[in-house]
Design a binder for this molecule. Structure first.
Ligand code: SER
Ligand code: ZN
Length: 511
């Protein structure tokens, strides 16, 4: 991609720029074009790529600058470098720099634009046109936006979208790591339907939400026990409680703010908790039997964030900005304190594809070696549980890292995910569902590299790089996988599992 930038800016001074100041400005412009703007530019760089002031004019108390650049010392960087010099120079003429006006900002990108490319629709992009190999954008920016590097980010965004469109339709990364082979199957049905038939679960009133009866809950708790005894305790994880309402601040740092919007359950707060302000809303319900949603919408603030989505991001503020003592590493913790929520739209099915689900989230951090070692030990423990205890038909595969998928990023050859030799990435564990002849992802193990420690500014005493990993164990998914293969009759369950679960308890009888 070949990119050019054009910027017309006005520097407003406290008084009219006198004629006798012109030679000083002329000198400074020449100096900037030949020296100042070349600082940090590679020696062999093409001259036309480097930012320069192509023209200037003094008009009343404004100094109008016409800047252009390619990729080095982009026009906005050039402008701020120049500002630093011009302020003291004109200061000698008793002129103070008051305001920087951005009069016009254009970007021209030349290259190959894949079909279906969506030019970002942002308020900063006043106009855009794509014709052949050229994309032209006219930006609407303030000086603060320029200092905040918004133009660079817009260009990067377009480049990302070009890449994404180029990979469009390409399935997510998936590489088989292990396959258990066939196991005896004693059931062919859809476990949810059978659970409903037997009264183990019932639809709740929100979409993709279930009320788990005693029998289903017994299964969840039994699996939790197995996880505790076989995995969490032997590997030395300690329980914590992570918040389940996630403010934007967390998702800005975790990267979810880049793309999780279509799946969030948003959270709003009342504009006031004054009962008088809300009285008519309650009265409306009393009179009509309906909740006055349109009116409620006008009386709430936010959304301030959303309900728990990925479970581990909410942990990180606990150690944000800290340097961890060597002797507390590798830190190993887990959370099972609440539900996760995803707006699954069309995808909901049974108890396994739901909007509200229960998960044990395991999280660890330390040096890269420590992080990788724990991931390996976790994997071994999972293999033991699925093979020797649950006797599942399962497999695992290296997939697009969950944090990239959740950010809406695509995995390309050069993104450090799978396939590049790095250990950073996600392994999905999938169980076979005989009733649908498909595989269900029921948990994952991920090495997340320095993504979280750097997002939340966490360091290690020794100065070693800090890495982290996490593993989400989906209880609905374990239950669906186990029942889909073993059925609902406990005499067909592996003996030790049947013992932990116990006889399914019938609490309710309906007339
Ligand atoms: N945080 C990871 C995820 O959301 C593991 O649970 O997939
Ligand atoms: Zn996680």
């Amino acid at each position: 991609m070949y990119t050019r930038f054009g910027l017309k800016a006005g520097l407003q001074f406290s008084a009219e720029i006198p004629d006798e100041a012109r030679p000083a400005v002329e000198n400074l412009v020449r100096e900037a074009n030949t020296v100042l703007f070349r600082k940090g530019v590679p020696k062999d760089a093409d001259e036309r790529e480097v930012g320069r002031i192509a023209g200037w004019q003094a008009e009343g108390n404004r100094l109008l600058l016409d800047l252009e650049s390619g990729t080095y010392t982009r026009v906005h960087d050039a402008l701020f470098r120049f500002r630093k010099q011009i302020a003291p120079t004109l200061g000698k003429f008793r002129l103070g720099l008051r305001v920087i006006e951005v009069l016009d900002y254009t970007v021209e990108m030349k290259g190959e634009f894949p079909e279906g490319l969506r030019i970002p629709a942002l308020p900063f992009i006043k106009e855009s046109s794509l014709a052949g190999d050229t994309l032209r954008m006219r930006l609407d920016l303030t000086a603060a936006d320029l200092e905040n590097k918004v133009p660079d980010r817009i260009v990067r965004l377009v480049e990302e979208k070009i890449q994404a469109a180029g990979y469009g339709g390409k399935a997510e990364h998936w590489d088989l790591v292990f396959e258990s082979g066939k196991k005896p199957r004693t059931f062919e049905g859809d476990p949810t339907e059978e659970m409903i038939r037997r009264g183990w679960v019932r639809h709740a009133l929100s979409r993709g939400q279930w009320i788990h009866g005693p029998q289903s809950t017994q299964l969840f708790r039994a699996f939790e026990k197995i996880v505790m005894k076989e995995i969490i305790e032997p590997l030395g994880f300690t329980e914590m409680i992570f918040p389940k309402l996630v403010p934007w601040e967390v998702w800005k740092k975790s990267g979810h703010a880049k793309g999780v919007y279509p799946e969030i359950y948003y959270v709003c707060t009342p504009k006031t908790r004054d009962p008088a302000y809300w009285e008519d809303i309650g009265d409306y319900f009393k009179v009509t039997g309906e909740v006055w949603v349109d009116e409620i919408r006008k009386r709430i603030d936010g959304p301030i964030g959303g309900l728990c989505y990925a479970q581990c991001p909410s942990f990180w503020p606990f150690i944000q900005g800290e340097t961890l003592a060597n002797d507390c590493l590798p830190a190993r913790i887990f959370d099972r304190s609440g539900t996760s929520h995803r707006y699954e739209s069309g995808g909901i099915h049974g108890i396994e594809r739901v909007d509200e689900f229960h998960r044990i989230e395991i999280l660890w951090l330390g040096t890269p070696e420590q992080t990788v070692e724990i991931a390996d030990r976790l994997h071994e423990a999972y293999v033991r549980v699925f093979e020797d205890i649950l006797e599942l038909e399962w497999r695992c595969a290296r997939v697009t890292p969950w944090f990239m998928a959740q950010e809406g990023m695509i995995e390309t050859e050069d993104s450090c995910g799978c396939g590049c030799g790095s250990r950073i990435g996600t392994t999905d564990y999938e169980a076979y569902l005989p009733y649908s002849e498909s595989w269900l992802e029921f948990q994952n193990v991920s090495i997340n590299g320095d993504k979280y420690p750097s997002g939340f500014n966490v360091k290690i005493q020794s100065g070693a790089e800090c890495w982290s990993g996490c593993s989400g164990i989906g209880l609905e998914r374990w239950t669906a996988a186990f029942l889909a293969q073993k059925g609902l009759d406990c005499e067909n369950w592996p003996e030790c599992v049947a013992e932990i679960i116990g006889e399914p308890k019938e609490l309710f009888r309906f007339l």
